[in-house]
Design a protein around this ligand. Structure first.
Ligand code: PMT
Length: 400
């Protein structure tokens, strides 16, 4: 039972290999998976929903605009439910629609809305598979971190011989087992992580800070610990409980956070900078409380630049695998990509903090993660769910 408690959303698109989907559902269930099936319109020309309902034990979903289905497990709920979305068979047409980012029916919409890994088992005629348009679509999908499982090569239903056969159901089950392996994703990895705001003192009672609550960073600490990492959390001042098994170092200012990170970075394999570090601090910290004077309606502060912690980590000759965040209100992707390059990061999670209900001090968040040659969208979810998906994504790209 290598897939016990795992939730697999099986997408079936229109192709002759759709007849193998019933067998695939049965073999996934043999391994303990809970399977729900979503069919495209054309898939129903090849296999009936009734067959897949019978083998999966759940009604088959096929419509985006079905009030009865939405009243049960709606499409967003279904997208969040899955640990893995596997589309088998994935036709050339379906992959073209996915590459174009279309949400024209339930299955394509789910692929855009799910934070889970999406895997495709392509199946089509060998000439269609070799076509430049199909190859370009496959490349686009791979760059978006969609897993491509197969195709196999051999004799095809149409009589041709070549690449384009869907992988055997048992081979697909094996790939699902490997993808959802119980082995912790970050077993033994030493993670150093920053979280929360910094406070830049003006005098003994005042400071400059920001709205970071630490919730995102603490959720990452917990998710990474669950994934087997040894986690050291360098935390700005927050009102949160330390996740179980995590070592916490408390700091206040950016200078203290810089010192705490740089003195420990040599002993870590992975660094994640989630803290909202103040870029500037007051040039002078008054020893006594600054007094309001009767004749001055204005007060001028001189600020000096703080060290950029993550850029200093990125500049190390033996730097750890380094993941940054970019909290932006406009041109989010452009600024994130600039930070990825300039700070020599391996990955960056772009956080659009202009949207209500996500980002600073919210319970939910959404991220778009970029790396050299690829990106993945992690849609709106509570911060712990999002952190688990982010950790899984980092684990897939992590190179010691
Ligand atoms: O704490 P929450 O309320 O849960 O909110 C989460 C969050 C919005 C703070 C978090 O998701 C987030 O986006 N963190 C990064 C915030 C930020 O300061 O972004 P930035 O674009 O200014 O910085 C880019 C990167 O450089 C970040 O990895 C940051 O940690 C790092 N940095 C920035 C300045 C500096 N002096 N040193 C740094 O290391």
């Amino acid at each position: 039972m290598r897939l016990a408690d795992k939730r697999i959303l099986l997408g079936v698109s229109g192709g002759i290999a759709a007849y193998k989907s019933a067998e695939l559902v049965r073999r996934l269930k043999d391994q303990g998976a809970e399977v729900r099936v979503v069919m495209t319109r054309s898939a129903k020309e090849f296999i009936t929903p009734l067959t897949l309902q019978a083998v999966s034990g759940h009604p088959v979903a096929d419509s985006l605009l079905d009030p009865a289905a939405e009243a049960g497990m709606g499409h967003i709920e279904l997208a969040k439910w899955a640990d893995l979305v596997l589309i088998a068979p994935a036709s050339a047409n379906l992959m073209a629609r996915m590459a174009a980012g279309m949400a024209d029916e339930l299955l394509t919409t789910l692929c855009l809305a799910t934070p889970a890994t999406v895997a495709l088992a392509p199946a089509m005629n060998q000439q269609m598979y070799r076509n430049a348009a199909t190859q370009a679509n496959l490349q686009t999908l791979a760059e978006r971190d969609i897993q491509l499982w197969g195709p196999d090569s051999g004799s095809q239903a149409c009589g041709d011989v070549g690449p384009g056969r869907m992988l055997d159901p048992l081979e697909l089950v094996e790939r699902c087992c490997q993808q959802l392996a119980a082995e912790p994703l970050l077993a033994g990895v030493r993670l150093l992580l920053t979280a929360g705001p910094t406070r830049e003192a003006l005098d003994p009672v005042r400071y400059i800070s920001n709205h970071s609550s630490g919730k995102m960073g603490y959720a990452i600490a917990r998710a990474a610990r669950e994934a087997g990492a040894e986690v050291t959390l360098v935390s700005g001042p927050v009102a949160l409980t330390t996740p179980a098994g995590v070592t916490r170092i408390d700091v206040e200012s950016a200078l203290q956070m810089h010192e705490a990170v740089m003195s420990r970075v040599g002993e870590c394999d992975l660094f994640i900078g989630c803290a909202a570090v103040a870029d500037y601090r007051p040039a002078q910290v008054a020893e006594q409380k600054i007094k309001k004077t009767g004749d001055n309606d204005q007060m001028q502060l001189t600020l000096v630049k703080n060290p950029d912690i993550i850029a200093d980590v990125g500049a190390l000759s033996d730097k750890p695998f380094t993941v940054g965040f970019a909290a932006e209100t406009v041109d989010v992707e452009q600024y994130a990509l600039d930070k990825l390059r300039r700070k020599r990061l391996d990955m960056i999670a772009a956080n659009d903090v202009s949207r209500a209900g996500q980002g600073f001090n919210a319970d939910d968040n959404a991220l778009t993660v970029f790396w050299q040659g690829g990106q993945a969208a992690l849609p709106l979810a509570d911060k712990l769910t999002l952190a688990r998906h982010l950790v899984a994504l980092i684990a897939r790209h992590y190179r010691p």
